[in-house]
Each structure stands twice: as structure tokens, then as C-alpha cells.
Design a protein around this ligand. Structure first.
Ligand code: CA
Length: 229
């Protein structure tokens, strides 16, 4: 899932981004309201975390534009100001939640997950599946045939990417940018190692192998044709 953070305090923004990355989210970070506003209006996000007090376009203005444009993406406001007036204003404008700084990261993460669960479109966004492999996106859990498979956050993010694009060959460079938020040299084996580990958990103990290597191109998840009943 992809989140946008708009926060002009550099350290806070970086800290949030790192924490959310580690929790398995893909995160865009903007340090000013103008860029944040542009990203919020043009890119597709599952959730926005907006600082209220920004030097140029403030969080309220961004939220207002979003709602006027009919965008229903959930918004969590961050603010150092905790007066009742601010909360009321934020909620009236259509903020979904409100967190007062300073806050504990665990609380932010819990609220993010709650908002994502609440906003998920039934059946489509809450879970994904390929054959008997199921992903619970809100809880970050995977299972095959109803049996829980324990994955690290990176492994889950990698699997989610593959499953979201089932049947599509994903080049290593795309996987690197989406899951690791980095550009890797094409000859790096980081992706291959990660895929091998994921296979060990997802495919090794099952007859139906879902993760496929497309030589010279990349990886894909799908039900192999010869195994379709
Ligand atoms: Ca600020």
C-alpha cells in the first residue's frame, strides 16, 4: 500500500517514512505543501498523512482540494496544536483522524492500519488471492490453504506487489523501486535472494508453484497453466 506524508519538519518526516517503510508500506514524502498538494492531487495513494502547519500550502488547504475534487482517500492529520477548534476544523473538512505531536510511532501505525481497514473497499482491497494463497492486507498476513505463513514486512511487500499484478512479468528494477524504494543495478542479486526466500515460504512445501521465473525478464506470480484443472 502506498502512503503520502507531507511534513515540513525534515527529521519528523524522515522518521515517519522510515518507520512506515519498515512496516511494509511504500511511502512518498514531501517536505512542503506545494509539492505535497501536487502529489496528493495527481498520484494514487491509499492514505495521506498531512501536517497541518506547513509554510506554503497548509494541510487544511490540501485536504480541502482533495475533497472538492471528490477524492475520498483517508487523511490523518498531524499537528502540534491541540486546541479543540483545530480538531473540529480538521474533522469538518473531512479529515479521518487527528494525531497531536509529539506522538509515539506505534500509535500512528495503529491509526494508519485502522484507517486503511475502515476505508478498504469490501473484498477488493482487504484481501488478495492467487489460487489457495491469500493475503490479508490490513493485518499483513499471508496463508496458503488456510495455513498461516509467517513473512517479514519486506517479504510481504514483495508478495503483495506480485499478487497485485498477477500474470504480469515484473522486472527486477521495478521490484527494487517498488519494494525497496531504491534503484538497484540490474546485476544485483538482492531481488533473487529475496525471491528465493519467499519461495521457500510460499511454494516449497506445496505442489502448486506460484512464483515463476521468466528468464532474462523477471518474476511473476500466477497459477501455472498446466496445473489449472
Ligand atoms: Ca509543520
Amino acid at each position: 500500500m502506498k502512503l503520502l506524508i507531507v511534513e515540513d519538519e525534515i527529521k519528523t518526516g524522515e522518521y515517519l517514512k522510515q518507520g512506515l517503510n519498515e512496516a511494509g508500506f511504500v511511502v512518498d514524502l514531501s517536505h512542503n505543501g506545494l509539492d505535497g498538494h501536487h502529489l496528493a492531487m495527481t498520484e494514487r495513494y491509499d492514505l495521506l498523512i498531512l501536517d497541518v502547519m506547513l509554510p506554503d500550502v497548509d494541510g487544511w488547504r490540501i485536504l480541502q482540494s482533495l475533497r472538492e475534487a471528490g477524492k475520498e482517500v483517508p487523511v490523518l492529520f498531524l499537528t502540534a496544536r491541540d486546541s479543540i477548534d483545530d480538531r473540529v476544523k480538521g474533522l469538518e473538512l473531512g479529515a479521518d483522524d487527528y494525531l497531536v505531536k509529539p506522538f509515539v510511532f506505534a500509535e500512528l501505525l495503529a491509526r494508519v492500519r485502522t484507517l486503511l481497514r475502515r476505508s478498504a473497499t469490501p473484498a477488493t482491497e482487504l484481501s488478495l488471492s492467487v489460487a489457495d494463497l491469500a493475503l490479508d492486507l490490513a493485518r499483513h498476513r499471508a496463508s496458503r490453504g488456510g495455513r498461516r505463513i509467517h513473512l517479514t514486512t519486506k517479504e510481504f511487500a514483495l508478495l503483495e506487489l506480485l499478487v497485485r499484478r498477477q500474470g504480469e512479468v515484473l522486472p527486477r528494477s521495478l521490484i527494487a523501486s517498488q519494494v525497496w524504494d531504491m534503484n538497484f543495478d540490474s546485476d544485483t542479486n538482492v531481488i533473487d535472494v529475496a525471491i528465493r526466500r519467499l519461495r521457500g515460504k510460499i511454494d516449497d512445501n506445496y505442489d502448486l508453484k506460484l512464483i515463476q521465473t521468466i528468464r532474462g525478464m523477471g518474476y511473476m506470480i500466477d497459477v501455472p497453466e498446466e496445473q489449472i484443472d
